[in-house]
Design a protein around this ligand. Structure first.
Ligand code: G3P
Length: 218
């Protein structure tokens, strides 16, 4: 399973890479806006820092505008993946980019039928937003299960990238269901490491040894 970091914060990306758990990064316009930095240079900076795929999203919503922006994003670095919204014109762009061998991430997916359309368009990744579905009282992870079943039925090559991850439970369920990727906020990634018994156990090991009064080298 691959872990992407869902952030445009360079500090978080550097820390995530140090941990050795980050296979790629996803950005979106909201995440880049939060950094208060210019759009394309931010995507470029992240793509240069991260060895794996880095999703950068188009801002246009018409076919030609999205395609032009996709080409400009793709020129930034070889590992840039073009994020397009799940709207009819977005899927036309995804199909065109597939024909040009440019990787795509179809974003804002909230239904299995939308995911089916994205696979038919040749998307590299589909991004179902589980947290935002939970927010409106739906079951985000049930959508992931449905999409995986559909993609398996037809051997679609599109990878399921679980997005809008809000909790460690979302990550665990993604792994149990066999999702290809989860894109995780840095705070959730940090929480994956934690267990109170790990901390208690470590304190006990160290205090037991400290009682001997001896050092590591004695
Ligand atoms: O990158 C898209 C997605 O992960 C957004 O998450 O928390 O804004 O719903 P969120």
């Amino acid at each position: 399973m691959q872990f992407f970091l869902d952030t445009a914060d360079i500090g978080e990306i550097e820390r995530g890479l140090e941990l050795g758990m980050v296979d790629g990064v996803t950005t979106n316009p909201s995440l880049i806006a939060k950094q208060g930095k210019p759009y394309l240079p931010t995507v470029k900076e992240i793509a240069e820092l991260v060895p794996g795929p880095v999703s950068g999203e188009v801002l246009a919503t018409d076919y030609q505008g999205m395609l032009d922006q996709a080409h400009r994003l793709a020129e930034l670095a070889d590992n840039v993946v073009i994020k397009v919204p799940l709207i009819p014109e977005g899927l036309r762009v995804a199909a065109q980019l597939d024909a040009e061998d440019i990787d795509t991430n179809v974003t804002l997916c909230f239904s299995a039928n939308q995911a089916l359309l994205a696979a038919k368009a040749g998307a590299t990744y589909i991004s179902p937003f589980v947290g935002r579905l939970d927010d409106i009282g739906h079951d985000g992870m049930a959508l992931i299960e449905e999409i995986i079943e559909i993609y398996d039925n037809y051997d679609y090559a599109t990878d399921v990238l679980v997005a809008s991850v809000r909790s460690t439970a979302h990550v665990l369920q993604s792994a149990t269901l066999g999702a290809d990727v989860a894109t995780i906020p840095f705070g959730v990634l940090e929480k994956l490491y934690r267990h109170s018994l790990t901390d208690i156990g470590l304190d006990k090991f160290l205090s037991d040894w400290a009682k001997t009064g001896k050092s590591f080298d004695d």
